[in-house]
Write a protein that binds this ligand. Structure first.
Ligand code: NAP
Length: 310
């Protein structure tokens, strides 16, 4: 086992890298584990146009490269490994990868969340080519276009409503007639003239045109098995997010959906363990808010370590 680290950061999205930049500049020599998807969710988006400081926009993967370079510049050690197991019951804390065991006086959890997908081949193949899991990120790429939003919860209602700012028409595709969404959100969509409903329809395939972009969706009525092809330019999957918090189950307090609960900034239920980014935020979920909470976690951890030393 190697020496005890001041701070180990788990996760490499905007939250983790920002925490690393701040912790490294505070001379804490952070060790950051990138995990299986280095760069996080931004690596599956295309242009990022809403992050301040990039007036022309920037590609998500390139932005994450820059975050990483900035974190390394100040001395962050970065490892391309996944933390699979943690023990927060005694200090220093213990963290395990498949190959090694590490110890740290403090830990910053920034493992993010994953947009739930339906599981179609076409969904993955056409991601960023008309398929999206984030209206705030990608809505502006669909001016005057035909958009489908899949889902029947609050996320789907919110995204559909938001997308009417851009699209010519937004159709909500939901596999049954009842909604999980709150009445107020459904009513708001019903009152929106640009929104139409395709109920009792499950998305079973997405078709590309000659340009390699979405051309149509194949929907199936679960009651009859009948299929139809619906022409569209964009398909937004809005069936929820799953926080990447599995390994912290029974170790950190979480809400009923698995989001890590924080108090007084980024403190978790275990002193010395901090959480930032989408793993603790199911509301804003933006790169800039994740980076902001990453900064907070680094400052919280730095202050906590300082107090321990006295
Ligand atoms: P959700 O409430 O779990 O709804 C997910 C929806 O996706 C359900 O309608 C579900 O259909 C559908 N779905 C799930 N898997 C599917 C699949 N494989 N194929 C087709 N459809 C599928 O998730 P959410 O909408 O993301 O909301 C999560 C939480 O965040 C909720 O507590 C919500 O209130 C909250 N939220 C609040 C706001 C707001 O207040 N502004 C905005 C967004 C989210 P079934 O109903 O048939 O299962």
């Amino acid at each position: 086992m190697s020496e005890v680290q001041n701070v180990i950061i788990i996760g490499s999205g905007p939250a983790g890298y920002t925490a690393a930049i701040y912790a490294a500049r505070a001379n804490l020599k952070p060790l950051l584990f990138q995990g299986l998807q280095p760069g996080g969710q931004l690596t599956i988006t295309t242009d990022v146009e809403n992050y301040p400081g990039y007036p022309e926009g920037i590609m998500g993967p390139e932005m994450m490269d820059q975050f990483r370079t900035q974190a390394e510049r100040f001395g962050t050690e970065i490892r391309f490994e996944q933390i699979n197991e943690v023990d927060f019951s005694t200090r220093p804390f213990t963290l395990k990868t498949d190959f090694d065991t590490f110890q740290a006086h403090s830990v910053i959890v920034s493992t993010g969340a994953s947009a739930r997908l339906i599981g179609l081949e076409a969904e993955k193949a056409l991601m960023g080519r008309g398929v999206s899991a984030c209206a705030t990120c990608d809505g502006a790429f669909f001016p005057d276009k035909e958009i489908l939003v899949v889902g029947g919860g609050d996320s789907a209602m919110e995204e559909a409503h938001y997308l009417t700012r851009f699209g010519r028409r937004v159709r909500i595709v939901h596999r049954r007639e009842e909604f999980r969404a709150s009445k107020i959100m459904v009513d708001r969509c019903k009152a929106n003239e640009k929104i139409e409903w395709l109920l009792n329809r499950a998305l079973v395939d997405i078709l590309a045109g000659d340009d390699g972009k979405v051309r149509a969706a194949v929907l199936e009525d679960p009651r009859s098995g009948e299929r139809e092809e619906v022409e569209c330019d964009g398909v937004f999957i809005a069936i929820g997010h799953t926080p990447n918090s599995e390994i912290f189950k029974d170790k950190l307090e979480m809400d009923e959906n698995g989001y890590i609960v924080v108090h007084d900034g980024t403190n978790t239920s275990v002193e010395g363990v901090f959480a930032c980014g989408d793993v603790m935020d199911h509301i804003y979920r933006q790169a800039v808010t994740a980076a902001g909470t990453g900064c907070m976690a680094a400052i919280d951890s730095e202050r906590w370590l300082e107090n321990q030393a006295h």
